[in-house]
Design a protein around this ligand. Structure first.
Ligand code: MEV
Length: 433
């Protein structure tokens, strides 16, 4: 075991599977069968997935669902969502349908700027560093020209390159802080390549300084404070009337209080934002974007004034209800997985092949829809009522219930709280009788 473990990455896919199955499973054949069941019969497609990461042994499926009814800036969308949690797609669709007849979602891009930093130590006089940096400016641009050429043709490139004195944070700590326009790509490779080239220039030119300069690292920042989108819905308070919203004025006030609680109280804000991310991550995944980057940025942004708060806001006037969301979303619609993964290509085509800005708008609207649906349920019926149907279905699937058993269980648990143990017991009794 130790030999194979040490050289695991060198083994072939089948050898890896043999090793894993025989080392960690009571029934190796069963373990191998599970992995193989999830392979794609189309060998080329399987190879494509094998090559996305390292040491691939199988595929891990997540459902791809579609939330219809989204009207965003007057355009209709069927939004693809990849998520394992039941009720999320239904909730998005329900909220989208509600808002479709009340003006739909309106969105605006606040910025699309990306950020990268070269972090370095310097122990000399900062005014001298300042002058040296000014002299390097043209070199930074000239020596990255081979990287920026194509991006420039697409209208993007390096925006600004600044020296930042960060010695108030850490002794001798300075940054080259650069901003970029990466057009429709997320731009991680582009930014990191530029930064490493800046760093190479800095290292080479460092002998012109009296102090010592040591480049520690060069990397993009996922905290994209100027790559921000806003999505909003708004209608007259009277128009909020709907099934389960008999008193729209009261609903609007309680809804606003729920949002305000999430602005004031971090314990609630985290769950509130988690609900927003249910929608955001699902579209981000479906469109082949990096959901870890999106998550990291969203939560840092939610804490930007020093306290973790809701990403959404609610405003009421005497007659009008407005609900909105503002958050950073560094997304791409070209590069990365977008042209490689067939389902990502499918999702983007379903969304009418959006630009990165349009995708930011669609994703933000989905997050807002999700948040609206959650708060509507929470402040009216409670969240469990909607979840119970799906929950019951999942339990019935697990227990491999046949159609008669399903009918009997549904009749028994109609309007009642559903628990796994309760359904199990009921089905056991049915099966015994
Ligand atoms: C569950 O995935 C998400 C909610 O908890 C969000 C919320 O509480 O606002 C329902």
């Amino acid at each position: 075991m130790t030999d194979s473990a040490a050289s695991f990455s060198k083994l072939s896919k089948l050898e890896k599977i043999d090793f894993i199955a025989s080392s960690f499973f009571k029934e190796p054949t069963l373990a191998k069968n599970v992995l193989q069941k999830y392979w794609n019969a189309d060998e080329k497609l399987q190879q494509l997935h094998d090559d996305f990461i390292e040491n691939t042994i199988s595929n891990f499926y997540l459902p791809l669902g579609v939330a219809p009814h989204f009207s965003i800036n007057g355009n209709e969308y069927f939004v693809p969502m990849v998520i394992e949690e039941s009720s999320v797609v239904a909730a998005a669709a329900k909220a989208a349908k509600f808002w479709k007849t009340r003006g739909g979602f309106s969105t605006r891009i606040i910025g699309q700027e990306k950020i990268g930093q070269v972090h370095f130590a310097y122990n000399g006089a900062s005014n001298e560093l300042h002058d040296w940096f000014a002299n390097c400016q043209s070199l930074f641009r000239e020596e990255t020209a081979f990287i920026t050429k194509n991006m420039k043709k697409r209208g993007g490139g390096i925006l600004a390159i600044e020296l930042r004195n960060a010695t108030d944070k850490l002794p001798n700590y300075y940054q080259l802080h650069a901003t970029f326009d990466t057009k429709d790509s997320m731009g991680a490779n582009f930014i990191n390549s530029c930064l490493e080239q800046f760093a190479a220039v800095m290292r080479r030119e460092a002998d012109k300084l009296n102090g010592q300069l040591d480049v520690i690292m060069s990397i993009l920042s996922n905290y994209v404070t100027n790559c921000v989108v806003e999505a909003k819905v708004s209608c007259s308070i009277a128009d909020l009337k709907d099934k389960g919203i008999d008193d729209p004025e009261l609903f609007a006030k309680r809804f606003k209080m729920a949002v305000d609680i999430a602005r004031a109280e971090p314990y609630r804000a985290v769950t509130h934002n988690k609900g927003i991310m249910n929608g955001i991550d699902a579209v981000v995944l479906a469109t082949g974007n990096d959901f870890r980057a999106i998550e990291a940025a969203a939560h840092a942004y939610a804490s930007r004034d020093g306290q973790y708060r809701s990403l959404s806001f609610c405003e009421l006037t005497d007659t009008r209800f407005t609900f909105g969301l503002q958050m950073p979303l560094a997304l791409g619609t070209v590069g990365g997985l977008t042209s490689l993964h067939p389902l990502v290509k499918f999702s983007l085509e379903l969304l009418k092949n959006p630009s990165a800005a349009q995708l930011m708008e669609i994703v933000a609207a989905t997050g807002l829809a999700q948040n609206f649906a959650a708060l509507r349920s929470l402040t009216t019926t409670g969240i469990q009522a909607g979840h119970m149907k799906m929950h019951l279905n999942n339990i019935l699937n697990q227990l491999e219930a046949n159609s008669e058993e399903r009918k009997a269980v549904q009749a028994e648990f109609n309007g009642k709280a559903v628990s796994h143990a309760g359904v199990h017991e009921f089905i056991d009794k049915l099966r015994q009788s």
